[in-house]
Write a protein of this length. Structure first.
Length: 170
């Protein structure tokens, strides 16, 4: 990360959004939150580059890696762009690392709004997080929500043709 930041500071050309994303990523992975904030805040002011969703996602990840989950949540909620599953997924990863189940439940609700077709997977993750810290009753309640999502859905099936047609249900 030090080398990447040093090279950035020695650049003679104006950076583009991709270069600044790489700089933010280097800050994120090296714990340089102060530097990362400074580069992020200077994007538009100094370089005339409006931060895009990837830059916000990287900032959320950086804040989560430095255990600043509530700051990451504030950024995700206040960003001027429509947040996406990558931004909320970064926040969920931070919640998982820190065993912050209360915030994880809120993040999973937001992810479920963004990706309703993946709701069951998000809820299974939350259930596993509860189980991981011994909150078995909460894990059971969340698993019941998963089961309710699957209620009424037909089982998968395959047709096999061999002399006569048969239906295999899985």
């Amino acid at each position: 990360a030090e080398e990447a930041l040093e090279l950035f500071n020695r650049m003679e050309e104006r950076p583009d959004g991709t270069t600044l994303l790489a700089v933010l990523s280097a800050c994120s992975h090296s714990g340089k939150v102060g530097d990362g904030r400074q580069y992020f805040e200077s994007m538009e002011r100094v370089y005339g580059i409006a931060p895009e969703i990837q830059h916000y996602g990287c900032m959320v990840d950086m804040l989560c890696r430095s255990r600043r989950l509530h700051e990451a949540l504030e950024l995700a909620e206040a960003m001027p762009l429509q947040s996406n599953e990558a931004v909320w997924g970064a926040l969920l990863s931070g919640c998982k690392r820190e065993d912050n189940l209360e915030l994880a439940a809120k993040v999973i609700d937001r992810l479920t709004e963004l990706q309703p077709d993946r709701a069951a997977g998000h809820l299974v993750l939350l259930s596993n997080m509860y189980a991981g810290v011994g909150q078995w009753e909460q894990a059971r309640i969340v698993r019941e929500r998963v089961a309710a999502l699957h209620a009424g859905k037909p089982a998968g099936g395959s047709w096999v043709n061999q002399n006569e047609t048969s239906m295999l249900v899985a």
